[in-house]
Design a protein around this ligand. Structure first.
Ligand code: PXG
Length: 445
């Protein structure tokens, strides 16, 4: 097994790669290099086995090294490596859209392909504005996002997002006309809630205040993650999403769910909107769409939105938007094989059967030193550690590093440790993640 591992580059060779969302100097002084992956595990360049508690970055839902995906990608590469999707088509793009339409939330059966979550978000925002314009409401251009929201890093996603560090360095280069709802994280009211918190549905009513301020006639859409991931796992209080839906309906405002992390089985249903029984007008996805194997995103649009665009001269392009790699054949092949794998192994609902065990496991960390909250839903978990005075995020980072040294890869944002394992996880691996994290937290001052 070790014979197949790629050797780590010499330290001097690490300079050229400007790493994304990474402490480059820290990393390059002590690199953590992954070389191979299979099932629930990575192996480092020096041959250590690492249990993957985050599905890569919330994307490898069917586990690593799925042979059926590799085979589909290989076959597609050797049959037709690329085909344009502008004024041309290729069969598996339509096949994939039809497959996705079958598992989509009710009515959201028109699919636009992108290459990432960020592009899916920017696409959804543009569709929202153009939709209102097509209905004669060209003044509806504002967006309402949410504090602590993460919608990728394009200018649109950054603007509707609410993570301070992702915004403050980029000055005034934000979309104009964006406002934000308050986030729903309240450790004061909801610490150690199991599943959805009881307190906080009323925070949705803040949307009415923003509508009163800007007037509904200026607002195109509200965009939220049903469960926020990047900001450290923030759950919707019971009733919150339904209330947002009601207010949007009353005011003819589109509701966009960003399901880049919640999509494809993460919380025990194909999509969070199905789990929470709230249907948005547009839904953004990526990550689990291809099991992370090939970059791809998709926007699911309600049929009424698509139909609104299908007017005017027959030969007119209805939406002036798209990417060279929209519906890339290799990505389509990867996505189809991924959907087959999910169906074959029942992965789009497997998290539901593991949720109680997962919940008990992560909540067993309650009571350990500095643990101020534990949050969970489906196969998502988070442990919030008290920040060290004047040194935010250092405790979280130390815990992340020590877990990695002991062979478990978790994700750290600030002082929150987030977990989102592949949906193929077994009981003994759940136990190992929690034992390792618990031991590390116990010995981290
Ligand atoms: N929306 C949401 C809700 C996301 O979580 C994106 C959009 C952007 O997707 P792309 O494919 O452009 O990265 C994301 C991405 C983390 C983490 O640790 C989360 C993401 C990316 C990297 C790290 O929580 N989510």
């Amino acid at each position: 097994m070790n014979a197949q591992l790629t050797p780590a580059p010499a330290n001097a060779d690490l300079d050229a790669f400007w790493m994304p969302f990474t402490a480059n100097r820290q990393f390059k002084s002590n690199p953590r290099m992954l070389a191979r992956a299979e099932g629930m595990y990575y192996w480092t360049t020096d041959g250590r086995e690492i249990l993957d508690a985050v599905a890569g970055l919330w994307c490898v839902n069917a586990g690593h090294g799925r042979r059926e995906i590799t085979e589909a990608v290989t076959k597609q590469l050797s049959t037709m490596e690329y085909a344009p999707a502008f004024q041309m088509g290729h069969p598996i793009a339509f096949e994939l859209a039809n497959r996705l339409a079958k598992i989509a939330p009710p009515g959201l059966d028109r699919i636009f392909f992108t290459n990432s979550g960020s592009e899916a978000v920017d696409t959804a925002l543009k569709i929202a504005i153009a939709y209102h314009r097509a209905r004669g409401n060209g003044q509806r251009t504002r967006f309402i996002g949410r504090e602590k929201g993460y919608h990728g890093v394009g200018f649109g996603g950054m603007s509707v997002g609410g993570i301070v560090n992702n915004r403050k360095f980029f000055g005034p280069s934000m979309l104009p006309g964006v406002d934000h709802l308050p986030h729903t994280l309240s450790i004061e009211h909801n610490a150690f809630s199991r599943g959805l918190p009881q307190w906080g549905a009323h925070l949705a009513n803040e949307l009415e205040r923003l509508i009163a301020l800007h007037d509904a006639s200026t607002i195109a859409a509200v965009i939220v993650e049903p469960i926020a991931g990047s900001a450290g796992v923030i759950l919707p209080p019971i009733g919150y999403l339904k209330r947002l839906r009601e207010i949007c309906d009353k005011n003819d405002i589109l509701l966009i769910f960003d399901e880049v992390i919640t999509g494809f089985g993460r919380i025990g249903k194909p999509f969070a909107s199905l789990a929470f029984d709230v249907t948005p007008d547009l839904m953004t996805t990526a990550k689990g769409l291809t099991n992370g194997a090939i970059p791809m995103g998709a926007v699911f649009a309600h049929r009424k939105i698509y139909d609104t665009f299908m007017q005017g001269p027959e030969n007119a392009i209805e939406l002036f938007h798209g990417y060279t790699y929209s519906a890339h054949p290799v990505a389509c092949a990867a996505a189809l094989a991924t959907q087959d794998a999910y169906a074959k192994d029942g992965l789009l609902t497997r998290a539901a059967s593991l949720a109680a065990e997962w919940e008990n496991a992560v909540h067993s960390l309650r009571g350990l030193p500095h643990v101020i909250d534990v949050r969970n839903y489906g196969l998502i978990g988070a442990v919030e550690l008290e920040s060290r005075a004047g040194k935010p995020a250092t405790r979280g980072f130390e815990v992340f590093l020590k877990c990695f040294e002991r062979g478990v890869m978790v994700r750290q944002t600030g002082d929150t440790i987030a977990m989102s394992p592949p949906l193929i996880i077994e009981s003994k691996q759940i136990a190992r993640i929690v034992e390792t994290l618990g031991a590390v937290i116990r010995e981290t001052a």
